[in-house]
Design a protein around this ligand. Structure first.
Ligand code: AMP
Ligand code: MN
Ligand code: MN
Length: 317
């Protein structure tokens, strides 16, 4: 399947990704936006996403992203890196009004919600799935930067188990487009502000191990977020640092989003299927990285996750 197989004589194209967009979501949607505007100059293309993090502001045309839905009837509407349609708010109306809808994704938990479904569960990232749909010759440096950024974010710079030989081959082809990859890796992935480092330190200091050190969790309350003056967008990387703790298989990180509501991130090294756990709570993701919105007090959420870990019966009793 190629992107051209999906396109006929569309005049108006819409693109979106998931709420709280991450690197793969931003890279894939902006990569597709740039590819279409460069190669189909007579077509109107609109990209809808929530506000993106500072670390992605270097990407070409990031300022063209629309943050409010438009009252347009799209000939075709693309939803990228999004496992279920309830995760595209506030842009549902654009999707509902579109003549044709396409989902491009890599989540194992993807629900079949669009007219055309291009989902590769074994792909490292949506950016990888997207790249394969494009004509390699027509991929510009600007598009390559977007796709490379998405791949490094979903693979943790080529180290998570979702990274395949094909991921590396695609990355090589993107490097051949002349992108400044050391700069992209440092600026968009590793760089942290002083405040981000402080809050990382605090999350690590207050972390708690359980199940004989096989699980670790840490939670950041709204009060703490307010104290440091940070938003959830700035907490990337904390769950990964927890996951790296020696002996740990499952890392859980959550931050408060409402009175009794938390954004929960789950990571595992090898034993536990965290996608299954996230889906149970109405979220989704991948076997080794998943998330959901948790309702209740921190200890209730942790206890409930603990029970589901136990049910997977990986560590004896
Ligand atoms: P995060 O912990 O937010 O980095 O998310 C890890 C993975 O799980 C990503 O692929 C997300 O798209 C997915 N994910 C996180 N939260 C949710 C959710 N509420 N519903 C569905 N998928 C989610
Ligand atoms: Mn994502
Ligand atoms: Mn992704």
């Amino acid at each position: 399947m190629k992107l051209t197989d999906l396109l006929e004589n569309e005049k108006c194209i819409g693109i979106t990704g998931h709420i709280r967009p991450d690197g793969d979501c931003i890279g894939s949607t902006l990569g597709l936006y740039n590819y279409l505007t460069e190669n189909m100059p007579s077509v109107d293309v609109f990209l809808f996403l929530e506000e993106v993090g500072e670390e992605f502001k270097f990407l070409c045309n990031v300022d063209k992203i629309q943050h409010q839905p438009l009252d347009l009837k799209f000939d075709i509407f693309f939803v990228l890196d999004c496992s279920s349609i309830d995760r595209i708010e506030p842009f549902e109306t654009c999707f509902i009004n579109a003549k044709k809808t396409v989902c491009i994704d890599h989540h194992i938990s993807n629900l079949d919600y669009a007219d055309v479904r291009i989902v590769e569960e074994n792909a490292s990232s949506t950016c990888e799935v997207l790249y394969k749909l494009l004509d390699e010759e027509k991929v510009s440096k600007a598009v390559a930067e977007c796709i490379y950024t998405g791949i490094i974010h979903d693979t943790g710079v080529f180290k998570y188990s979702c990274t395949s030989a094909l991921t590396m081959q695609i990355a090589g082809k993107l490097m051949d487009k002349g992108i400044d990859y050391p700069q992209i890796i440092d600026e968009s992935f590793y760089k942290k502000t002083y405040i981000q480092n402080q809050i990382l330190g605090r999350a690590l200091l207050e972390s708690v191990m359980f199940y004989n050190g096989k699980c670790i969790f840490s939670a950041i309350s709204q009060e703490v977020l307010d104290f440091y003056g940070v938003t959830g967008k700035e907490l990337g990387g904390i769950v990964e640092q927890l996951r790296l703790t020696e002996g740990v298989d499952v890392a859980i990180f959550m931050y408060q989003t409402g009175e009794n509501e938390y954004k929960v991130s789950l990571r595992s090294k090898k034993d536990i299927d965290v996608a299954q756990i996230a889906v149970y709570f109405g979220g989704g993701g991948h076997v080794r990285a998943a998330g959901f919105t948790g309702v209740g007090k921190v200890h209730h959420i942790i206890n409930a996750i603990g029970e589901l870990i136990e049910k997977q019966n990986k560590w004896g009793s």
